[in-house]
Design a protein around this ligand. Structure first.
Ligand SMILES: [Zn+2]
Length: 196
């Protein structure tokens, strides 16, 4: 039996913050919409490939991190430990580029994050995007004690797909090309991880 991927498209439409500034032409990105659209695109491609997945928050309202972890752990149990989790986000804080997180220390998530980092590098670097990698512990992921990474039993990673409060990044992730590239990069990585 092949593992499945649990796709976390967290944040709800009513979540405070988690949105870009309003740009000069009135355009604005809401992270809940971005996360769901990327996960929807990933799911459509996984359907075509026959790769199993579960979407953690099908609703558009905010589902608490505790409930999301409870659901993920239930899915992980139901699939007899044959699952890993990918949490999809847009970054904020005024930087640029792409990064991936695992929980601190060495876990099974590190090898998964490395595959995602390699695919992001392959897709985005030729267009001049910056990879925000941290090789201080020997692999490209960053480490942080994010709730979703700490309280899920399965290997779990979190991708931060460009900065919604940096206009160049935000325009990219609002665009059809940007969203398609982000989804394709995730699917390419998921395919590799499933076959590891
Ligand atoms: Zn987020």
């Amino acid at each position: 039996m092949k593992p499945i991927v649990i796709l976390d498209n967290g944040h709800g439409e009513e979540t405070a913050g988690k949105r870009s500034p309003v740009w000069s032409d009135g355009a604005q990105l809401f992270e809940w919409e971005f996360n769901r659209d990327i996960v929807r695109r990933i799911a459509a491609q996984l359907d075509d490939l026959g790769i199993g997945y579960e979407i953690l928050t099908p609703e558009t309202t905010d589902v608490t991190l505790g409930e999301r972890c409870r659901r993920a752990n239930e899915i992980y149990r139901n699939y007899n430990g044959m699952a890993f989790l990918v949490s999809v986000h847009a970054n904020a804080g005024g930087g640029t580029g792409w990064e991936v997180y695992t929980s601190p220390g060495e876990t099974k998530a590190d090898a998964i994050a490395t595959v995602f980092a390699e695919e992001a590098q392959r897709v985005f670097v030729p267009d001049g995007w910056r990879m925000r990698f941290d090789y201080s512990d020997g692999d490209p992921d960053k480490e942080a004690a994010f709730y979703i990474l700490m309280h899920t039993n399965c290997p779990a990673i979190l991708t931060e797909n460009f900065f919604m409060d940096t206009e160049k990044d935000c325009r990219f992730i609002m665009s059809e090309t940007g969203r398609q590239q982000i989804a394709e990069m995730h699917v390419a990585a998921i395919k590799r991880v499933i076959n590891l």
